[in-house]
Every structure is written in C-alpha cells, then in structure tokens.
Write a protein that binds this ligand. Structure first.
Ligand code: ATP
Ligand code: MG
Length: 255
C-alpha cells in the first residue's frame, strides 16, 4: 500500500545547529503513528517539517506520493495550545478553517460541515460560546473539530492533550482515535507520554539525540505486540502492555 506521508532522509539545521539528520519514516493509510522522545530532541521541529510548515535543510517530504513543498489543505495540524481565535465563537473558529482560499466551500456546505464536526466532538451546545468561556478539554475538542471540518486526510498533532487533566485526557484520546478511524484518515501524534503512545498508536517511533546518531528513529509495532487493546479486561494483554511499556521507557531513558 502506498504511504500517505513519506519522509526521505530529512536533515534540519537551525542556522548552524543540527537538530536531526538523515531521518526517514512513512505513515500508511489509516495508520496512527506516535512520535516520542525526550524534551528538546526535535519532535516539534520534525512535525513542522512533516507538514511543510518549515523546509528541511536536506531531504524531502512526499504526501500521497507527491513532493510536499507547501502546507496542504489535506493536512490538518493541532498544537498543544488549541490556538482558537479569541474574538470568534467556537462555531466561527471551526468554519473559518473552511473559508481558506485553497478550499473555499459554499456557505451551506460550510455550515453543514461545521455542525457535523461540532457534534462529533460533542460541542453542539457550545457553538455560540467564545474561547474564554471554554474549559481546557472543550477548547482542545474545538481544535479537533476545526481539523475535522476540513476533512483532512492526515492530522499532525503536537502534544494536543498535555495540558489536560488525566480523565479529560483519556476521553480526548479515545475521541481522537475514534474520529481518525471513522474518517479513515491517518495521524502522526507527538507525545512524551508512553501510555498515550501505547493507547493511541498502531506504531510508535522513538526519536533520539545522540552525539553520533542524530535523530535515528527506533520503532515498535504496537498492534503486533498487544493481543488486544482492552488491557483492563484481558490479563494476557496486561502483561504484554507492561512488558512493552518497560521496554520503551528503558529506551527513552537511555537516550
Ligand atoms: N525556531 C527555532 N530556531 C532555533 N532553534 C530552534 C527553533 N525551534 C527549536 N529549536 C531548537 O531545536 C531543538 C529541538 O526543538 P523542538 O522544539 O523540535 O524539540 P521537542 O522535541 O519538540 O521538545 P519538547 O518535548 O520540549 O516540546 C531544541 O534544541 C531547540 O532549542
Ligand atoms: Mg515540542
């Protein structure tokens, strides 16, 4: 199967500082890939390169088999801060994503898609509210709705839930996973939380920063390692989970 996103031998320098070099990875259709790594190793930078928000110093990005040299309307990005515009209602924040020139949809279509997206993240009742009137979880769900309304084929998410409390966070993770599956899209999600990576992803990539090995990616096939995702119910899966968690956390600490 063709990759949705393919990173080929990426190198990134800020002025003269090397962030990563010769880094390659792919994301297949309908796949959720998690990217973990210690603070400062270059995860956010890699995500920005992946979405063509910044240019790599060397190497190239391919999206659906074609070179990606500018941000695409088919790729949605969600950051740690929901980055809603404070002077617009939730509804307007979401529909604004559809007013971009590159994907200008007729008004009736925009209205319909906005309503659908808000309903999917359970925010229909908050459509007229302003960002300052939302809880952290609601704001982050509004940011997800904005990404959804665009019907993006790929979502790039940078620690989208890290500011949320544990319970809201779990709920948002579940929501994200269901949405990506339901829309048959793909996602790359940056996190520093191994449990988030394990519960969300099909594959987890570990980014490191070592003196002679900048940005090498180690990889775990989560689906192949866990019999079921239902760790609460399945005793065997529980052991597999603990085992895998230990293994990844050991590698993460080593770097
Ligand atoms: N715009 C920039 N200009 C110069 N250096 C930068 C810039 N953005 C990031 N860096 C540097 O690049 C390195 C990687 O930063 P990046 O934000 O990608 O790391 P990260 O893995 O996302 O960290 P965190 O987990 O803390 O978010 C850091 O050393 C950082 O100081
Ligand atoms: Mg970061």
């Amino acid at each position: 199967m063709n990759a949705v996103l393919e990173a080929r031998n990426l190198t990134l320098r800020y002025q003269n500082d090397l962030v990563f070099s010769n880094l390659s990875f792919t994301i297949k259709p309908r796949e959720i890939v998690a990217l973990i790594g210690k603070s400062g190793c270059g995860k956010s930078s890699l995500l920005s390169v992946a979405g063509a928000l910044i240019k790599p110093s060397e190497g190239e990005m391919l999206f659906q088999g074609k070179p990606l040299n500018a941000p695409s309307p088919k790729i949605a990005t969600v950051f740690q801060e929901p980055s809603l515009l404070p002077w617009l209602s939730v509804e307007r924040n979401v529909s604004l994503a559809l007013e971009l020139k590159s994907m200008r949809a007729p008004k009736s279509e925009r209205k319909k898609r906005t309503a659908e997206a808000l309903s999917e993240v359970d925010l229909s009742g908050a459509a007229k509210k302003f960002p300052r009137e939302l809880s952290g979880g609601m704001a982050q769900r509004a940011a997800l709705a904005r990404a959804l309304a665009r019907r993006a084929e790929l979502a790039l998410l940078d620690e989208p839930f890290s500011a949320l409390d544990a319970i809201t966070r779990k709920a948002c993770q579940k929501l994200l996973k269901n949405l990506i599956r339901a829309h048959e899209s793909s996602a790359l999600i940056v996190t520093h939380d191994i449990d988030e990576a394990l519960s969300l992803s099909d594959r987890t990539l570990l980014m490191r920063r070592e003196a002679n090995d900048y940005g090498a990616l180690e990889e775990w096939d989560i689906n192949a390692r866990l019999t079921t995702n239902n760790v609460e119910r399945d005793r065997r899966a529980r052991f597999e989970y603990i085992d895998l968690r230990e293994e990844i956390s050991f590698r993460l600490e080593q770097n």
